[in-house]
Design a protein around this ligand. Structure first.
Ligand code: ADP
Ligand code: MG
Length: 684
């Protein structure tokens, strides 16, 4: 057994309780200790003479204890050790609270290093509770860069440092190392041993940087290899060969001319489907970029090859809408498009399923009901999922498992910065629709507070008089949330608006309604019967009402930036000039910045970058949902350029050794397998 496989219990000073505490930090073996990275570092390398030291900045001073430390009891239960220390520049009064033992440890006439903040005046200096060590032992606690570890109760930073030191020492260079030598040299990275030593106990900041660079690269490289393996595994599969088709017949039947970006995405997909391998493509495009058309075009090509398409939407409202859209696009070709949703009667479902199994239905649109166990297809050729971020990865694979290896097309409006998409969708091919249909106007966006309400109502009145429709979105009020009169629930707010606009038709839609009732309200909205539609975020994704020209968002500070962008995307979809009014009384800086970003740009990618900046990568659209593994040291958003290099390196290596079977890649292969097993399995 390798030294590093030994359990932490083997370490001196680690008993049952300590081992348990370490376990809580995920540390079980010496190896775990070695890869338990500091969260931050404390710079204890700066020394200064007492009188020259900056005040209130931590610094090391080298000083001799000038007197026998005294012990005083200031209050009940509060003891003070006092002493004076001197160097050639002057003296400092040092105090320790409730650390009586220090009185006997600091010996007059001996020199120590004290690390802490100096305070005082020009002539008198003092220091409270400085960390210290005798000059002869300098370099353990002072005069160095000190690692700071994430801790839990039962383990101190000092203890962890000690255990990690020992683990590094006994490992004798047998540290986790999965970078093949060749790659390490090619990218000018330091050796594993050096990296682990210096990530914990950096000799200086230069060494720390080298260590970080290597470890981040390694982590992203393993991720890149794992993603590459997934992609490779797919390439071993065969998919139904759908002969490439001339799409002009389909395009000619559309009510508009497809954009160049739409055509490119369609052709990418057709190429995939004609390749003999199963397609696994993501179509990414900002709200309103026209992704549905791409999906419809692919479905049409599949039907022409005599196969069926399953089209999954995240909500019934969207399923309903896609049904109408697809019927519209394909009517002239005589395709049969049906839906299968949870709210249909048992009889309707039964009949639809029978028709599906008999191959009478060409395109089936639905929600999760589509993936319940008993839905059978006669010949499923293509699975499309819309707004993929709402679907768990597992659900996607469940549907994909319905037929042997259907082609898969995933559509998403989550505007992920390009490079990040590379990783997140590393097992997918990506087409980006980077062009909006012509004639789209910018949605003018304003942030206002409550005092604007009267004017807002005047504006609504005017727009409705011109024949337009208005969306009003209220935040979801959680049931367990404390009552806050400034928070508007959709239902209450709809009542208010009905009272304010007695002659207008105000509709309301929220998550608690029966799907059937939601459908009815949505149908009325599409038919133009509803002037003002109040809703919760149920309309966030995908809903397309070209006649809507105003989006009002109440308590806008309660929404995330990307969510606001999605909501705004519900207007400005037709030929009408459109507006988005964000109502918020929030004064905190972060909220103001978010709302300001909305007013500044309509570009989903810029917004997502801003979102990332404001919220930090951790919060950014829950990585876990994408089945992405947690990174130890790399920051998937911050280490962008390394990410790209590491991806590229992984690709090169896999080109040489697709199965990672070469002996020089054995350690890497083990790491990649571990990653695939632990966190990525669901994606494949
Ligand atoms: P999203 O990408 O947000 O799903 P949709 O597919 O719902 O966008 O399309 C948004 C709107 O733009 C729809 O009303 C659709 O009919 C229209 N549209 C799509 N493509 C074009 C085009 N090439 N020219 C004009 N309008 C288009
Ligand atoms: Mg859509």
């Amino acid at each position: 057994m390798a030294e590093t496989d030994k359990e932490v219990r083997y370490l001196k000073g680690v008993g049952e309780a300590r081992a348990k505490a370490l376990g809580k930090l995920g540390i079980h073996t010496l190896r775990d200790l070695i890869v338990y990275f500091p969260r931050s570092y404390e710079d204890r390398t700066q020394f200064s003479p007492i009188m020259a030291a900056p005040l209130d900045t931590p610094v090391c001073i080298r000083a001799m204890v000038a007197n026998t430390p005294t012990l005083a009891r200031v209050k009940r239960g509060m003891h003070l050790v006092k002493l004076r220390a001197v160097d050639e520049s002057g003296s400092v009064d040092i105090t320790y609270f409730n650390q009586t033992w220090i009185r006997d440890q600091l010996k007059p006439g001996e020199t120590y290093i004290f690390y802490g903040k100096l305070s005082g005046t020009l002539t008198h200096r003092s220091m409270a509770n400085p960390d210290w060590e005798p000059e002869v032992r300098e370099g353990q606690k002072t005069g160095r860069i000190l690692p700071k570890y994430p801790l839990c109760s039962g383990v101190s930073n000092k203890q962890l440092m000690g255990y990690i030191r020992t683990a590094l020492d006994v490992s004798q260079g047998d540290v986790p190392d999965s970078l093949p030598e060749r790659i390490r040299e090619q990218f000018g990275l330091v050796q594993a041993r050096y990296a682990y030593e210096n990530i914990h106990f950096p000799a200086d900041y230069g060494a720390l940087e080298l260590a970080r660079r290597r470890l981040i690269f390694e982590e992203l490289f393993i991720l890149g290899c794992a993603m590459g393996r997934l992609r490779g595994a797919r390439q071993g599969l065969t998919g139904a060969l759908i002969p490439a088709r001339d799409m002009s017949e389909f395009y000619a039947a559309l009510p508009f001319v497809p954009t160049g970006a739409q055509r490119r995405a369609v052709h990418d997909a057709l190429d995939d489907m004609a390749s003999g391998r199963p397609m696994n493509r993501l179509v990414q495009g900002d709200v309103g970029s026209g992704k549905t058309l791409v999906a419809a075009a692919c479905a049409w090509a599949i039907c022409a090859a005599g196969k069926q398409t399953a089209f999954m939407a995240p909500t019934e409202i969207l399923a309903e809408q896609h049904l109408e859209t697809l019927r519209g696009f394909t009517a002239v070709f005589g395709l049969r498009v049906e839906k299968l949703t949870g709210s249909m009667t048992a009889k309707e479902k039964r009949e639809t399923k029978a028709a599906l199994a008999a191959g009478e239905i060409d395109i089936i649109v639905g929600t999760h009901a589509l993936i319940t166990g008993d839905v059978e297809f006669s010949d499923l050729g293509l699975v499309i999922t819309d707004e993929q971020h709402r679907f768990g990865v597992n659900q996607r694979s469940a549907l994909a498992a319905k037929s042997q290896t259907p082609h898969v097309l995933v559509m998403s409006a989550t505007p992920i910065p390009r490079t990040l998409a590379l990783i997140i969708y590393g097992d997918l091919d990506v087409s980006v629709i980077d062009e909006l249909p012509p004639g789209r106007q910018k949605v003018d966006t304003f942030t206002v507070d409550e005092s604007y309400r009267t004017r807002l109502y005047g504006f609504i009145e005017k727009l409705v008089a011109e024949g337009r429709q208005v969306f009003v979105v209220c935040p979801m009020v959680e049931e367990n949330e404390e009552y806050d009169p400034s928070l508007k629930s959709a239902v209450e707010h709809a009542q208010e608006l009905s009272a304010a606009f007695p002659s207008l038709n105000v509709g309301c839609i929220h998550g608690k309604m029966k799907a059937r009732d939601k459908d009815a309200v949505m149908a009325d909205t599409l038919a133009g019967k509803i002037n003002i539609l109040v809703s919760t975020t149920v309309i966030e994704v995908g809903v397309d009402v070209p006649n809507a020209a105003l989006m009002v968002i109440e308590n806008a500070e309660r929404f995330g930036l990307s969510q606001l962008h999605q909501l705004r995307g519900r207007v400005g979809r037709g030929q009408f000039k459109s507006w988005c009014i964000l109502i918020s009384n929030a004064t905190n800086k972060e909220a103001r910045q978010r709302l300001q970003a909305m007013c500044d740009t309509n570009d989903g990618f810029k917004i997502s970058e801003e979102d990332l900046r404001l919220r930090g990568p951790g919060d950014f659209f829950g990585q876990r949902q994408h089945g992405l593994p947690e990174m130890h040291i790399a920051d998937l958003c911050g280490d962008m350029s390394t990410l790209q290099t590491a991806q590229e390196a992984a690709k090169q290596l896999l080109a040489r050794d697709p199965a990672l079977a070469m002996p020089e890649n054995a350690r890497l292969a083990a790491q990649v397998d571990r990653l695939l097993e632990n966190s990525l399995g669901a994606i494949s």
